[in-house]
Design a protein around this ligand. Sequence first.
Ligand code: GTP
Ligand code: MG
Length: 327
Amino acid sequence: MPKEKEEIPTEEEEKKLTDVPGIGPGIAAKLEAAGVYDLMGLAVMSPPALSEMAGVGEAVARKAIQAARSMMNLGFVSGDEFAKKRENVQFITTGAQSLNDLLGGKGVETGSITEAYGAFGSGKTQLALTLAVNTQLPKDKGGVEGKTVYIDTESTFRPERIRQIAEAIGANPEKVLKNILVARAFNSDHQILLLDKINEMIRDGEPIRLVIIDSLTAHFRAEFAGRGQLADRQQKLNRYLHNLMKMADQHNLAVFVTNQVMANPAVMFGDPTTAIGGHILGHASTYRMYFRRGKAGSRVAKLIDSPNLPENECQFWLTEAGVRDEG
Ligand code: GTP
Ligand code: MG
């Protein structure tokens, strides 16, 4: 191997838990049994939680977490590398210019995760279905000429809605349906395993440009229902998001996930709902929208915590033709 290549560590040389000072094979095994498999999982833990999980003192735990964080080299790339990545970004139209504008102008981006969270009936699945159709459009019509993988956790995928949305833009409904690969995820482990399957399909040459997970969190919420299981759920969800992010990045595909809301009694002001998954999910998804019902049957989308776009709101409509600017 040429020398200059060896000096630049690549994504592939991912570090293991046992590479962290203070984490031996015994502790690593305990962590893995508890759902912490990699540096990302370790980096997001709190010292008391790690201390309890691994049976080590808090000082050791704190050092290990700090080491994991610095070893991960969180988030920095050189300016030219960043610019090059941005050049490759493509967009999938949401069907409504208002919603596209909210997301920066052209819709959902490849190479990142877009999340919609909101109450039942707020339009999360309708946007997912619209995106599954629009992904197939030519580039000058707001698509990326690709296929969609639709991971359905709640059996809400409706082929007849796809047909309607496709017909409304003058596309052949049966052809459009063929380009949407649907998988029902039966539980969170199955949902996680399906990512390997997607990576396999991409390796085999399937031009997958959009991965939808509707809903991202339902299984996790149902399976880790107890208060004491919150940390485990968070770890598992976090690892999953990390893998989704990696997939989006490596294959330059868009990921769209939906998320339910729950009442949060700790919130006294503003909207008393927070997305399931909370803080960690807030960091992993690049674009996060909160959907709610608006006036006269419309829907309102609010962009939350975007690093490079203003916090903004827009109105859109759910129609027979999918997501639209007008009802
Ligand atoms: P949950 O999955 O239950 O959390 O909700 P969701 O946010 O996924 O809701 P979804 O996107 O399924 O929105 C359902 C709403 O879309 C319905 O209440 C209707 O208002 C609207 N909708 C669905 N299909 C049609 C249609 O064919 N025509 C019109 N006009 N509206 C539709
Ligand atoms: Mg839904």
